[in-house]
Design a protein around this ligand. Sequence first.
Ligand code: GUN
Length: 295
Amino acid sequence: MKKKLIDGKTTSNKIKKRIAKEVAKIIDNDEKAPHLAAVLVGGDPASEFYVKSKEKACKSVGITSSVYRHSEKTTEANLLEIIDFMNNDPEIDGFIVQLPLPKHIDVDRIINRINPAKDVDGFHPMNIGKMVIGAPTYLPATPAGIMMMIKEYKIETAGKNIVVLGRSNIVGTPISIMLSRKANPGNATVTLCHSRTQNLEEITKQADIIIAAIGQAEFVKADMVKKGVVIIDVGIHRVEDKTKEKGYRITGDVAFDEVSKKASLITPVPGGVGLMTIAALLENTLKAAKKEVYR
Ligand code: GUN
């Protein structure tokens, strides 16, 4: 089977170009540029990398960005105060609290405090509820980015067997809901697999499309998939590799070299879903600035 790459770079650049045009229009109208803020607690290198990538992407489309950095020891009360400040600052159109948070902070309490109108991550229960019923809202960025890829590559989802690996609130659960909705993309028969799933290989072998979001490096192997499968790999890991100059390689939840031989379409890591996540977040920020979801 000749594999074809789903190119996140080209696709996200196309979306960013459209966003940049819309931002330029807003500024031409003498309105303020959209503003995305991020809260980063502690020094987790992956979170630091994500936040830096978001800042860079904002800059490339003319969106103002700001980052509020806080020590690992920040209290929950302090973080709630910061959120109140952002909720009330008219300069900030939307903001995110980068996850994971330190263990002493209750993530649900933090997310619940975010004004849903500024929740460009789409994590607030009100926005999740709207997503579930298909009402206009901020879609969580990674699933939204995956939907953009599916649209761009005209991947048929109606009536297809889609297997989602992983049930996180950020990716697995929302993407499984979005793809089973009566919509296009959507109308799929979705199976959501997780750590308690039995006979996983039997299920994955039936899949026309696999969305891998389990957080385990190279978990999906060639003998788990059928010929012609479409693979969307959400994972990103750094694994030791002595054959590489740096001593490591970046890889996803899928063993790319072997699985790509059987796949008809596959996302690379890096250069796939990660870039789409950022494009989707910019799109949500633009929506927030234009007050498209909440007036
Ligand atoms: N950590 C991993 N992915 C995400 C995301 O999409 N948003 C936030 N806020 N934190 C994350």
